[in-house]
Structures are given as C-alpha cells and as structure tokens.
Design a protein around this ligand. Sequence first.
Ligand code: GLN
Length: 256
Amino acid sequence: MRLKKLLVLSLAAVMGLSLAACGSKSDDSSKEKTYKIASDTTFAPFEFENKDGERVGIDLELLEAIAKEEGFKYEIDAVGFDAAMASVENGQSDGMIAGMSITDERKEKYDFSDPYYTSKVCFATEKGSDIEKLEDLKGKNVVAKVGTVGANYAEEMSKKYDFDVKQVESSAMMYQEVTSGNAAACFEDYPVMNYEITENGQKLEVPFISDEGSEYGFAVLKGENSELIDMFNSGLKKIKDNGKYQEIIDKYAKEK
Ligand code: GLN
C-alpha cells in the first residue's frame, strides 16, 4: 500500500516536471545562453552614450524590459549600424537592435520582430541655411550613414536632384560634417535628428521630411535564432500591455 502511494507520488512528480518543461515558451538552452546583440553607437534616443558615459536609449531599455519578461540573458555590443548588420550576417552576433528599419530588401537576409517604432527619413542643414527642399541641394555635397535607409534615399534622390553623397560610418560624423560646413545637409531618421536638435543642442535644423515611412524591428539572421524573435515579440506585447513600453518612450521624449 505504502509502496503504491509512493509510486503514484513520484509518477506525479515526474509528470509535473515534464509538464512544466512543455509549458515554458522556450527550451533551457535559450535561458542559459547569453545572446550577443549588436547595436549602433550614436543614434539617440535609441542608443547613445549619456553624459555619465553609460549606454542608454529606447532600444536598450526595450530589450532590457523584454529580456526580463522572457527570462533570457544578453550582452550589447555597440559597433555601429553597418558593422552591426555585418556582425549578424557573419554570425558574430545573434541579433541586433539599432533603430533598424524593416525593408523588403533586408527581409531577404534577416528575420525581423514585430515593428516597435515608426520613423521617416529627413534631411538636416546648418541652422539658418537657406536650403529648404531637395531641389536646393543641386550641385552640393551631402552626407549619409553607410548602410542606412537614409543613405539609400539620399543616393536615389541625388540622381534626380543632381547632388553628391558622401557616406560616413556614424551619425556623429555625419552631424559634424554639416556643422563644420563640409556638407550642405545630412540624411537621417527624423526622430533621431529631432532629438539631436531639441535635446542635444545640435546646431542643425530640419527643413525636409520625406513621405516614406519605415518601421523599426529587432533582427536576427534569416533562419537563425528564431526563438529570439519569438521571445522579443512575446515580451514586446507584454510590455505594451503593462505600460512599460509607453513609459520608456515617454521617458526619452521628456528627457533633457
Ligand atoms: N532606420 C535606419 C535604417 O535602418 C537607420 C538606422 C541607424 O542608423 N541605426 O537604415
């Protein structure tokens, strides 16, 4: 009698264990692994170094909140936008979060999460410049950041409006080219340019915002780390539902 009871109990324990294992969203390896996530360097308010030298921003806080919800570990490698894409492509990083626009062309190489932010490309000039529209860039030099949708857009428009595009590695270099007078304008995502001007006192202004919008997504190499995309999507939904997502967005909208 006793033996039977013990048997039933231990059976129940085994069943309970395997049930628990089935119930978890991802297998144990995704919990133990430390995912390497590549990011941009200067792309405020999504990722940047604050005055205390800490890496902060919407992307980093979203990922932190999502990882907490889903229970996975990761480390951030801030290498720059183009370098982040290369690092995912060659398998050095498991994923990237870098204000990366979801485009059809990129979908051939990467798998994206659900979109988490909507953006548009704009161009910025030095404050007080008389350049107002694409036509005014005729015969001038402009800058864009390598590998970005802003650079694609600038290259496309340069053929139509006859200006020269120089591509640089980082947004910081891009702003510098314009404030130093080397370039008449830089092409950047509007939320980022706006933050630089209003929050970081960048002496630039935005005379033009394109009509074409894009949405930002977290990305992995196509066909790889699909559990990471699943966890990101699931965590994103949770933090949208519990208000954390909005809290993070609002924090950077208000920050000085
Ligand atoms: N959203 C732009 C793109 O995906 C720029 C991203 C960035 O510079 N970090 O191309």
